[in-house]
Design a protein around this ligand. Structure first.
Ligand code: ADP
Ligand code: MG
Length: 232
């Protein structure tokens, strides 16, 4: 079975000349359906850049990338509608959960559905299903400011799942949580990976969750310290 995320020799630099920073150097990686993969490394080692390249937010300088079996980048983007690609295939979860403060919990989830073309009625129904799946349906009418950190992060996960993406990208999702809530978030991400057969990639330097991953990769100065053995 092909990997959900297939990266080959991806490099990315910012700036030129003396100001040049090589954020990713020749990174190759396969991430399979149903797995939860951790990405760690010191600050500035390229973790967020790699996540943003996979999320089609940052364009690499060289290499190839396939998502869900579709070659989307080969030294340049091969798709013009990157926004649609992101909406349909990728779910993002961030540290600060960045829920929209003026929308309640279910509306925050519904936004992603409406952007993808759902009616308001459909979006409400699906948002409530997702909140139930994540065990926070009782908080559906709460505003973000009224939610605990753990609740807000579950709402953010529900939003990331809204369009049934096969790829879930999480940048430090447990950094603001105590170890019990961090554990709950990781359990939910594992449940999602298994039940939806998605590939979940979690950037973290949170040592208390290192035992929760199927594999952990370490970035140092933009290169993988423990590369996989990959077919060409
Ligand atoms: P991490 O997430 O591991 O802390 P990043 O991927 O954010 O690391 O950054 C990797 C390197 O690339 C760092 O040296 C950072 O300063 C640099 N970098 C990241 N984004 C930009 C940008 N938009 N412009 C210039 N340099 C950047
Ligand atoms: Mg980062």
């Amino acid at each position: 079975m092909p990997a959900v995320v297939e990266i080959r020799s991806i490099s990315k630099h910012f700036g030129e000349g003396a100001a040049r920073v090589d954020a990713l150097r020749d990174v190759s990686l396969d991430i399979h359906a149903g797995t939860v993969v951790g990405l760690r490394g010191p600050s500035g080692s390229g973790k967020s850049t790699l996540l943003n390249v996979i999320g089609c937010i940052i364009e690499a300088n060289s290499g190839r990338m396939s998502l869900n079996g579709e070659l989307v980048y080969d030294r340049k983007w091969l798709r013009r509608d990157l926004r649609r690609l992101r909406l349909e295939k990728i779910g993002f979860i961030f540290q600060a959960h960045n829920l929209l403060p003026f929308l309640n919990a279910w509306e925050n989830v519904a936004v992603a559905l409406v952007l993808a073309g759902a009616s308001r009625h459909e979006a409400h129904k699906r948002a409530m299903e997702l909140l139930t799946y994540l065990g926070v349906e009782k908080r559906s009418e709460a505003m973000p400011g009224q939610l605990s950190g753990g609740e807000a992060q579950r709402i953010a996960i529900a939003r990331a799942l809204a369009n049934d993406p096969r790829i879930i990208l999480a940048d430090e999702p447990t950094a603001a949580l105590d170890s019990q809530r961090a554990g709950t978030v990781m359990e939910l991400l594992r449940k999602v990976a298994q039940e939806k057969q998605s590939a979940v990639i979690v950037v973290t330097h949170d040592e208390k969750i290192f035992d929760r991953f199927d594999q952990i990769y370490t970035l140092r100065d933009g290169a993988l310290e423990n590369p996989q053995t990959l077919a060409a």
